[in-house]
Write a protein that binds this ligand. Structure first.
Ligand code: GAL
Length: 479
């Protein structure tokens, strides 16, 4: 019972699949630099080659077609298009590559959803301060305008920035993602702030310069776990849950969808902690100024990346160190009934997706929602017959259905992460999220469908409606 024209998709990102890290004039990105340093990534792996999609795109397209996707979410490599990050120098071969990808998709009636930034900042911009520098917003806006201008005649769904939370926290607080900084309690908030400013500038550019002609929609992909109180009857646990949601989903969704500013709970927690630690000066959570672009209303839909759930209780008070974890002051517990899939952080909780969707409806004024990422991984020996992942997709999609039918959430699409096994950031190739297996030991990087890929294809074919259904029927009759 999915709505007409529901988007059935799968997602990837440029650095994780493309390879060709120096091919045809591409500039280096912060992930190239990060992976080339020893000790950063599992077994010192890198994505210099990855799935080699820069060369093997047509193989990826076969996978897209085999699943029967209506939509494919990909990201553009900023440094492939603009090697030094600025529009002063455009790499035509990068433009040609993405033109081919987009045109090939459209020729197969697959709509592209395009992410402008999925973690891979051009290294030259990092050298000038990267996301900590306020000037990055204008540089991003120029890049975004270039992409709207170049591809927007064909791309109608845009994501400006993927997971600002992950970029800020893992890149600048925990140091486990590029650029690998551990500037605890300070930089992540600055980075998040500049990402919001950059996103808003790009949205306004689209709105003023391109929307009337191109008629597309622009948002940013916000990731969040679902949080629930460890003890639902305990007031402190309920308050801790509100804090957890404010520091994850709310950090970026509250400014864009509700007030134009950060959640009050977040600012007061950070400021109270600063006071306790004797940290003087302005709030560590930056304030938007009148010179900043208006943040409120800068999303045409809600793009949600959801993977896992946690139960929470208060963390036990001041830790005497400046850190986001002290500001959040939470203890996270995994319910023993939620199976851990492969990586320790991924406790599987399809119910959490339904709850989060309902929460988004109630808190963020019933927006149209695309689930832009959701998935399940394998670690260790590969099972092409990945029965567990089949169950995962079935139960998750059932929860999405319930969110639509029973809770009235306006869900417009679902994108599985990922089309195929790829470079899973700090975990390298050890963690496999694909619907297609990629044999990284084979020179041809052979793609083989997992059982879960076949299952997903079945689900899609059962539920496809609108123009895609007509095409499917026509094809059947023809054959
Ligand atoms: C997301 C990220 C993806 C993918 C996924 C699985 O945070 O956007 O690139 O790696 O997690 O861990």
């Amino acid at each position: 019972m999915f709505p007409r024209d529901f988007a059935w998709g799968a997602a990837t990102s440029a650095y994780q699949i493309e390879g060709g890290w120096q091919a045809d004039g591409k500039g280096p990105s912060i992930w190239d630099t990060f992976c080339h340093e020893k000790g950063r990534v599992y077994a010192d792996q890198n994505a210099d080659m990855a799935c080699d999609s820069y060369k093997l795109w047509e193989k990826d397209l076969e996978c897209v077609k085999q699943l029967g996707l209506t939509h494919y979410r990909l990201s553009l490599s900023w440094a492939r298009l603009l090697p030094d990050g600025t529009t002063q120098h455009v790499n035509d071969r990068g433009v040609q590559y993405y033109n081919k990808v987009i045109n090939d998709l459209l020729a197969c009636d697959v709509s592209p959803m395009v992410t402008l930034y999925h973690f891979d900042l051009p290294q030259t911009l990092q050298d000038q301060g990267g996301w900590k520098s306020p000037g990055i917003a204008t540089l991003f806006d120029n890049y975004a305008k270039f992409c709207f201008q170049t591809f927007g005649d064909r791309v109608k769904l845009w994501i400006t920035i993927n997971e600002p939370y992950v970029c800020a926290k893992l890149g600048y607080e925990d140091g486990i993602h590029a650029p690998g900084l551990k500037e605890k309690g300070i930089s992540a908030y600055v980075v998040g702030h500049n990402m919001l400013r950059a996103h808003a500038m790009a949205w306004h550019s689209y709105n003023c310069l391109y929307r009337a002609k191109q008629k597309g929609a622009v948002s940013l992909a916000i990731n969040s776990d679902w949080f629930e109180p460890l003890n639902p009857g305990c007031r402190e646990d309920i308050a801790a849950t509100e804090r957890a949601l404010a520091f994850a989903l709310g950090w970026f969704a509250w400014p864009v969808f509700v007030t134009g500013d950060y959640p009050g709970i977040m600012r007061s927690a950070i400021d109270a902690e600063s006071k306790k630690l004797g940290y003087n000066g302005a709030s560590r959570l930056p304030c938007f100024s009148k010179d900043d672009p208006a943040i409120l209303g800068t999303a045409d839909f809600f793009a949600l990346n959801y993977y896992t759930s946690r139960k929470v209780k208060p963390g036990g008070g001041c830790k005497q160190v400046l850190a986001m974890s002290s500001d959040r002051d939470l203890e996270e517990v995994i319910d023993p009934s939620w199976p851990i899939c492969g990586v320790s952080w991924l406790a599987v909780g399809p119910h959490g997706l339904r709850n989060l969707l309902k929460y988004i409806k109630d808190t963020f004024r019933n927006p149209a929602v695309y689930i832009t990422e959701n998935g399940f991984c394998q670690v260790g020996p590969v099972h092409i017959e990945d029965v567990q992942r089949c169950e995962f997709y079935k139960s998750t999609i059932l929860e999405v259905d319930r969110a639509i039918q029973e809770d009235g959430v306006d869900v417009r699409g679902y994108f599985a992460w990922s089309l195929m096994d790829n470079f899973e950031w700090a975990d390298g190739f050890s963690v496999r999220f694909g619907l297609f297996h990629v044999d990284f030991s084979d020179a041809a990087l052979r793609r083989t469908v997992y059982r879960s890929g076949k299952e997903y294809a079945k689900i899609i074919s059962k539920h496809k409606t609108g123009k895609w259904k007509c095409q499917q029927l026509a094809k059947k009759q023809h054959s």
